[in-house]
Design a protein around this ligand. Sequence first.
Ligand code: TRP
Length: 461
Amino acid sequence: MNEDDLVIDPWGSAQSTDYDRIISQFGLASMEGVSVPSPSKLHRRGIVFAHRDVDQVLEAQRTGSPFGVLTGLMPSGQMHLGHSMVVEQVKWFQQHGGDVTIAVADLESQATRGISLEKGRKVALEEYVAHYAALGLEPDKTEVYFQSTRPAVQRLGFQLGKRTNLSEFEAIYGFGGDTNLAHVQAPMVQVGDILHPQMEEFGGLRPVVVPVGVDQDPHLRLTRGLASKTNWFNIRDSSSKGLLVSLSIHDENAEVFGQMPNGRVDKQKVADVFDKVVAAVAKLGFSDIVSSPKQGHVHVPSATNRDKHGIRHQLLGLERELGGLGLLAPSSTYHHFAVGMTGAKMSSSQPKTTLFLRDDLPSVEKKIKRAFSGGQATVEEHRRMGGNPDIDVAYQYMMYFFEEDDAYLAEVNEAFRAGKLLAGEMKQLCIERASAWMANLHEMRDQTAHLVHEFLAEDSR
Ligand code: TRP
């Protein structure tokens, strides 16, 4: 690690908004140039700005194949506008065919915030799930569960602990000797959260996407690395052309792969495995498959980069047949954070920095009136020099949360920059939209209150 490298602390209060640097340092892919069918306003406005492997999810969407969406919530405190962004993305994926799993991070909340499991359950249902319902998630396509009561999640997290170590945690999270072990355990449970929907009893092998803020990316890096390290088959580009599949031999598969304890190789077993690889790849319609057990690979000369997903899927299926976990590294998307209303970071512990979903309309109005403005100090100066919508909270909140119409936003943006629209007028526009949005949310919350229970998975009722 270099001196000036960024370490993202998912539990810290600092928030890096140097998004370009985050993209390059952590190897995220930009959303620019990714074509998203019927994009939501968060996509259209570049608020969802980066991803890892989102293509495999969009492809599933396009072809009508199954895919999952997973998110988690920390049951502590009140839900605010910032939290609603992930819900909006989850809802969008749901509307486009994804099945949704929501982890209540009650173990994490207990360990890192001192919230009892009992309190966590109450907060999760009354505050979070109640608003997820109001925001339009579908109860029959959503499964909410608790970390504390889903053994499969904890087992998977524990099991994958074998494939990482404290040095990796130091590199990813900046941990040192005095780090509380709750901060080691919580990410391992989260790894279980993210990967378990692929297990047979939770929906089976399919791409799973996790929409998050960049503060959660360390967990995704960890999870993706762990999933890949368990894989029994590697796929790589051939130096000539096409793709090469090879075996990745480790403790769990040594026997199946014919590695005898005395160090010798059972050639018949190896030949069987290679035959199965060929058969798995052949299912995709390739006829020119060259199997070379001696060189340790299967060559598919006509396969291109675009065939990688399909081949990986087949091989993970084969791995499962042979007794492995067959885990696909999760996809993720990342969104920009909306500025806090005071101009500082949005935070639950600073009520003036955000709108809570339970704020009444007079508070909404008051907070927006006092919000940080991108206008000039006097009307005269504003008319002459124009304002800056990029830092104007009222404008930003319409863009992030309250206004669906792109053309209208563009108009307002231009008028503000040109000094034709005053800061107070911008706030008034925002107040109108925010009030309508909140009033509607509160009404929906009343109407959907009876559905909260239906969001709970079987094992969580
Ligand atoms: N750690 C997340 C938070 O602080 C909560 C969480 C738990 C989560 N499991 C998850 C988020 C899985 C995304 C995916 O908010």
